[in-house]
Design a protein around this ligand. Sequence first.
Ligand code: DC
Length: 335
Amino acid sequence: MKAIRGATTVTEDKPDLIRQAVKELLNAISQANGLEAEQIICIMFSSTSDLKSYYPAKAAREAGYATCALYSSLEPEIGGALEKCIRVMLLVDGDKQPEHVYLNGAKNLRKDITSVLNIAVDGPAGSGKSTVCKLVAKRLGILYLDTGAMYRAIAYKCVKDKRDYGDKDVVKHIINKLNLKVEYREGKQITLLDGEDVSELIRTPQVSMLASYISAYSFVRTKMVALQREIVQKTSCILDGRDIGTNVLPDCKFKFYLNASSEVRAKRRFDEDQAKGGTQTFEQVLKEINERDFQDKNRAVAPLQKAKDALEIDTSYMAIDEVVNEIISKVQEKI
Ligand code: DC
């Protein structure tokens, strides 16, 4: 007797989708292992707690697996676990080496046995990076490092101390004395400048433009990149920015490049600004997005560009969840 394992995922908790997924999984296992129906002694399923609309055992019976014992159970909720997942174990007669089958990105990310996992996400302003990265981090139970916040903190210091950001020596002085720390409170990144929490203060249009400007100085980048590498070396995290895949972590196994038309990106930023009671017009926001793109893509050091081995995702007309699912399934596939 031997045990064969398998798993699959569904996109929604719907009876039809569960029936279809179970049939597809059992047929794939039977085919991969050359199984005859009478060899199967029993089939045991477990589903994640977000799948309640149909019992996989019932679906198996309906799919023609009717002569063996069938069993289904619900798993407890586990933070960071794969969502909407059906796992199965078949006990079968025979002594051939079992072929385990994982479909639809259902290979499990075992945080306890996976060494440090880093996911690099680059893209222009408004492409959806931070929203998506926060959700991916939550689902995988890893941290999210917003590297833009680090450049923003330096820009904020120039504004706050009324320093001339166009004078290289002034910015160099700030960098040499910089007291910048990134901490996590309840999984949320806190950016500390000289001990002060500046996480919200760095989110103004003025700081956005300035951050883009000062990030072109090579000495600023050298310092930030060293800090970022130090953080991610020890910590599983998804980090976003402009040069993560090309410069910060060139050997990273998981690289994504998010993109969207400048109009769509400007609309997202415009809506965010309006929600915060901002007064910018759509035209102003679009102009700033285009200027920032130009600055970020045309600087001499580590400009914004897609790494050759990054997967590009155009988020213009995708729902946030679709982008999140795409990244997670690509990561699960390669793990
Ligand atoms: O992602 P953001 O909008 O918070 O970034 C602000 C600016 O910081 C961005 O216009 C360019 C710069 N930046 C960078 O040069 N490299 C990074 N890895 C992240 C941000």
